[in-house]
Design a protein around this ligand. Structure first.
Ligand SMILES: Nc1nc2c(ncn2[C@@H]2O[C@H](COP(=O)(O)OP(=O)(O)O)[C@@H](O)[C@H]2O)c(=O)[nH]1
Ligand SMILES: [Mg+2]
Length: 374
């Protein structure tokens, strides 16, 4: 190894740990961006909308990734172009199976997706993996190391992995993930897997964009049923108890029965479908095919009953309303006059000199009159 390759930045931990990149490779100048004659930097040419559309339809992965970046951008100029691209791609979207996967951190979601995704690719499918990570919208960072756990899947040309969009509210992530999903469908991915950590509202957000929703659960930790408290069990179409291997196998079987007893009394997440618990070992790849068989049965039952299409229609409506809410909320709170007056009005309410209703009325009046005079 030469000196450049072993250079370590000062912020690197002293101890070499497996989850930290061990070497830092110094960047090379990208000569393609320098004009050959003048030796001056030239700006990379922006792609046209039709270049994006064609690239996505031909599953050019570079262009797909760039289109997703455009969709994720909050800049007005990018948003407009992204919407043009999405509009042209509309006839090519919607033909995938959308599967959401939730569970507490450490349950094995990423390991499961790696095994499940590889299995599906071997079956001739093309799989896109997206993530809704609420921590990324709050802290700006994504769950560490997720991508590295999907190393094999990431290398498979039949799979496409995209980590969480960052920035903005969960509502913003919601829009970005939905639109990213549409781009992946247009690029020919027929199975979309959306991973989310069971935090806050993210489960509801993911439920509102998928056909099939599953929870990866664990045994242990007092054997309590995870997700019971938060009502997550009423959102899912399957509970998959992972790590059913080695000494943990009997425990996983017991947990499965416990879950099944409990699920029996719940209102099913999807009309006409009984949510049940299953076991698997994502690590050993056991029980993966069984989970896929469950998804296939679900699709066939709900397509026949009409529940599948009804849910898709409902989700589109839901999307309209959630976007309106997001838009109004950010438009209200970013309004200069509101920003200026809000702290004062807040203080009046706290001091007891103004009622909450009156305060809200005042603020809305400020917002509406200013909007009207713009
Ligand atoms: N024994 C066993 N360990 C597993 C299994 N699936 C995942 N793990 C381990 O559990 C840990 C967390 O897995 P990960 O996929 O990152 O969980 P996530 O946070 O839900 O995405 C990792 O150390 C995995 O190797 C399994 O089926 N059996
Ligand atoms: Mg993970």
């Amino acid at each position: 190894m030469n000196e450049e390759r072993t250079y370590r930045p000062e912020w690197a931990p002293k101890e070499q740990t497996a989850d930290f990149a061990t070497a830092y490779v110094k960047g090379k100048e990208d000569t393609t961006l320098r004009s050959q004659e003048t030796k001056k930097w030239v700006k990379r040419k922006e792609r046209s909308v039709s270049e994006y559309v064609e690239g996505v339809l031909n599953n050019d992965r570079t262009i797909l990734a760039q289109a997703i970046t455009l969709v994720e951008s909050n800049a007005a100029k990018h948003m407009e172009r992204a919407q043009q691209i999405l509009h042209e791609l509309l006839p090519h979207v919607g033909r995938s199976i959308r599967i959401g996967i939730t569970g507490v951190p450490g349950a094995g979601k990423s390991t499961f997706i790696e095994a499940f995704g590889q299995f599906l690719c071997e079956q001739g499918h093309r799989v896109a993996v997206l993530a809704v990570d609420p921590s990324s919208s709050i802290t700006g960072g994504s769950i560490l190391g997720d991508k590295t756990r999907m190393e094999n899947l990431a290398r498979d040309p039949r799979a496409f992995i995209r980590p969480s969009p960052s920035g903005g509210t969960l509502g913003g992530v919601h829009r970005k993930t939905r639109e990213t999903m549409l781009l992946c469908e247009a690029a020919g991915y027929d199975i979309i897997l959306i991973e989310t950590v069971g935090v806050g509202q993210s489960e509801f957000v993911v439920r509102s964009m998928v056909d099939f929703f599953m929870m990866i659960a664990l045994t242990g930790a007092g054997d309590e049923l995870q997700g019971m408290k938060k009502g997550i069990m009423e959102l899912v179409d399957a509970v998959v108890i992972n790590k059913a291997d080695g000494d943990n196998k009997p425990k996983a079987e017991a947990a499965r029965e416990e879950y099944n007893q409990f699920l029996h009394y719940l209102r099913p997440a999807t009309p006409g479908w009984e949510t049940k618990a299953y076991t698997c070992s994502a690590l050993l790849g056991e029980g993966i095919e069984k989970v896929w068989n469950v998804v296939e049965a679900f699709i066939s039952v709900t397509k026949q009953s009409g529940a599948f299409d009804a849910r898709r229609r409902h989700q589109l409506k839901d999307w309209i309303y959630s976007m309106i809410k997001d838009y109004l909320e950010s438009s209200f709170f970013s309004h200069p006059q509101i920003k200026a007056e809000l702290p004062m009005i807040e203080n009046h309410v706290i001091a007891g000199t103004l009622s909450v209703t009156k305060a809200v009325q005042q603020l809305l009046q400020i917002y509406e009159t200013k909007k009207g005079s713009e």
